[in-house]
Design a protein around this ligand. Sequence first.
Ligand code: AMP
Ligand code: MG
Length: 348
Amino acid sequence: MRDIKIDSPVESVDIRNSSRSELILGIEGTAWNLSVGIVSEEEVISFAESAYLPKSGGIHPREAAQHHAEKIVDVLREALKKMKEKGFSEEDIRGVAFSIGPGLGQSLRIVATAARSLALKWRVSLIGVNHCIAHIEVGRWMCGTEDPIVLYLSGANSQVLGYMAGRYRIFGETLDIGLGNALDKFARSVGLKHPGGPEIERLAQKSSRYIELPYTVKGMDFAFSGILSAAKKLAEKYPLEDVCYSLQETVFAMCTEVAERALAHTQKDELLLVGGVGMNKRLQKMLKDMCEDRGARFYTPPPEYTKDNGVMIAYTGLLMMRSGCTIPIEKSRVNPDFRPDEVEVKWK
Ligand code: AMP
Ligand code: MG
């Protein structure tokens, strides 16, 4: 028995049979996670993934792309198998969405090639999804939030965004490296395993001793590389737990400050936290407290939809396809530097 409504009034281009719920398959592969999600408008139908974990050091672009190329068929097969177990068939897939950027060029190209092949095979629409916007849309879907300020903190990206005049505008962002990458680099320098964010969180829980670090908020932007260097120096003479605690307190306070200012300036009253760093409990607590203090509501999706995942690409693909934002194969070139404010949001 299928457990979804099949009579939803979905408006879409390229619907071959409107009596069944349309499904979109989405492929994410901008960096470390190769992931395939299949969604209907109502729910997640299927989800499969394979994470690239570097043997040593951080993400190596060529190795990540090789990982994606090796695993893409298995991950797709698993996602389609799970979909079939729910009573659907490939005929129900009306569009193939993929992460077109931003991300690592080589990885993006593997994913784009797979998506193009599937769209041709199934004769369905192709949708190129901005990875950052996908984080936002899946967060809005999972949390039921309408018009939030978004704090998007992942490995390579760190931005504060909000919808205004037809686009997700970037109100503030990192001036150098992403927060996740800063945490990963610090972790690596002190011998912790990759990814470093969860390791730092684990150690930080053992301390409450704050050692001063630079605090670098500039207007609505922030910067992390100077703090990273200072934290590395501290780690030479202080217990690691104390440095991890101080590092978290500093960088999370910076993000909280900018997010609060974005709420104040725009007079929005919802905050949505997305991106892998968003899984951090201390960060969530700081943001929740800040929101409570100013009468705003705080949201963050379940962890599997906070980090990079295929479901976010599939769901955003569904929204985009319904508003006609599909692309012809010949224009589906990947864009490693794709910024979210380049996208006209036609589905809101
Ligand atoms: P994403 O690219 O959105 O999947 O995010 C990946 C980043 O999230 C990596 O840099 C991780 O170190 C970071 N991350 C994952 N879990 C945590 C955590 N609990 N605390 C802080 N950072 C985390
Ligand atoms: Mg991401």
